[in-house]
Design a binder for this molecule. Structure first.
Ligand SMILES: C[S@@+](CC[C@H](N)C(=O)[O-])C[C@H]1O[C@@H](n2cnc3c(N)ncnc32)[C@H](O)[C@@H]1O
Length: 331
């Protein structure tokens, strides 16, 4: 069993308070966060949560830390990063407000977040604003724990990888939220690149993949991740490597091999290879889970493929070349 694997057997017995702040993560994931705080983390190095939202995930983790026999509230620090406001491009929901919607003329839920975190404020450091502004590019202090629930765009993932993945050391723990999100394939191929240096805790817990760093990650691997310099083919290979390690999630509800296959279609899609993207995605449309939960993904990939076909006169690269040659001969 992996170091973190022992936490799985405790999941069923965790009882969290009923009045946790509204959260976008599942109760399974909250329990795992609690267990990490309660039984695994020490607080000797930085504990970092990227994407705290309204504080549901922060609360579960902080509660575990507060009840831990080893975490010292006087010296340990939990760093919470978020915009703490709603608005275009924030990926924050109005449900993070107490009233379930933003009050007239106010888009910040920072004070409400602070209020909810009252019991933990002595060891909580709040960083409010865009991660590119609120994180310090010069900070090299080691990170013991990284909860990534913020990397919904390549721009933000670049910041996460440049400023936080580089600070992991053997023993660090990472949780990737939204690992079941096919539209975020950077989470999947970067994990593929890290595989030689990490140990996956066990089956994902719903949408969360947890791993522990087991060896220092070479600089060139970290650079390739933050510069997103893997070729298209390499990205697919890296995702395949993850598929070999991950199957159904702990609750049995999410078939990760299929999810990751659909993530490959998004690698193609973002690379402008709409024909390949649809060729990968189409056979997956009969997967019961994906059909039920990702119908919009299939519609998006299919639409892009059809538009591409129309604007290229119905064709493959070969037919495009033939068309150009025909035009050149006629001229
Ligand atoms: C999925 S939500 C987090 C949910 C939260 N962990 C929970 O328990 O409900 C993602 C969060 O990332 C934050 N976010 C996204 N991009 C960001 C950025 N560039 N800087 C700071 N926060 C960002 C959003 O404000 C949003 O609250």
């Amino acid at each position: 069993m992996t170091n973190l694997g022992r936490l799985y057997s405790l999941l069923d017995d965790v009882r969290l308070p009923d009045d946790l702040p509204y959260t976008q993560v599942s109760s399974w994931e909250l329990k795992f966060l609690y267990l990490l705080g309660r039984h695994h983390l020490t607080g000797e190095d930085r504990l970092v949560e990227l994407g705290s939202g309204g504080g549901g995930s922060t609360y579960a983790l902080a509660l575990g830390l507060q009840q831990s026999p080893v975490f010292d509230e006087k010296t340990g620090r939990l760093h919470a990063y978020d915009f703490f406001r709603v608005g275009k491009g924030t990926f924050a929901t109005e449900k993070f407000f107490d009233a379930g919607k933003a009050p007239e003329g106010d888009n910040s839920f920072l004070e409400e977040f602070r209020g909810r975190m009252e019991p933990f404020l002595p060891f909580l450091e709040i960083h409010a604003g865009d991660l590119w502004q609120t994180s310090d590019p010069g900070d090299r202090s080691p990170v013991e724990f990284l909860h990534i629930d913020i990397a919904k765009t390549p721009r933000v993932f670049k910041c996460v990888s440049e400023r936080f993945l580089t600070r992991l050391r053997p023993g660090s723990v990472v949780l990737h939220q939204d690992f079941a999100g096919p539209r975020l394939p950077w989470l999947h191929y970067s994990t593929g690149a890290l595989l030689p240096y990490i140990e996956i805790a066990g089956p994902p817990i719903r949408s969360t993949l947890a791993f522990e760093v087991t060896a220092p990650v070479p600089r060139d691997v970290l650079t390739a991740i933050s510069e997103d310099s893997f070729s298209y083919e390499r990205k697919l290979e890296l995702i395949s490597a993850v598929q070999e390690r991950v199957d159904r999630d702990h609750t049995g509800g999410i078939p990760f091999r299929s999810v990751l296959e659909l993530a490959k279609a998004y690698v193609a899609h973002y690379d402008g290879r709409h024909k390949q993207a649809w060729a990968i995605a189409k056979p997956l449309a009969s997967d019961e889970y994906l059909a039920r939960t990702r119908a919009d993904h299939f519609a998006q990939l299919r639409k892009a493929y059809e538009q591409d076909r129309r604007s290229n006169g119905g064709g493959s690269a070969l037919s495009r070349v033939k068309r150009l040659v025909r035009r050149a001969v006629r001229a």
